[in-house]
Design a protein. Structure first.
Length: 84
């Protein structure tokens, strides 16, 4: 039986900028990523030509350090700066 990674499931404190997108914390990193994708899909923020790229709206720009477009791999790195 597989064991879960307790560090991945540990509730994290969420920055105010990230809370604007995913809701107030604390919540595990996995739930933050799920909530982020719900927000991205709800607001149709994926680049239609390259679905791996996220086109940031004003709320996501605050999370992404002011960047207009980030790829999904870079997104994870940028979001981790908003978790403690």
């Amino acid at each position: 039986m597989a064991t879960t990674n307790s560090a991945f499931m540990k509730p994290m404190t969420i920055s105010e900028e990230l809370a604007e997108v995913v809701g107030k914390g604390p919540m595990p990193r996995s739930e933050v990523v799920k909530a982020l994708w719900v927000y991205i899909k709800k607001h149709d923020l994926q680049d239609p030509k390259n679905k791996r790229n996220i086109v940031a709206d004003d709320k996501l720009k605050a999370v992404f350090g002011g960047k207009d477009v980030v790829n999904m791999f870079e997104m994870t790195k940028l979001v981790s700066k908003h978790l403690s």
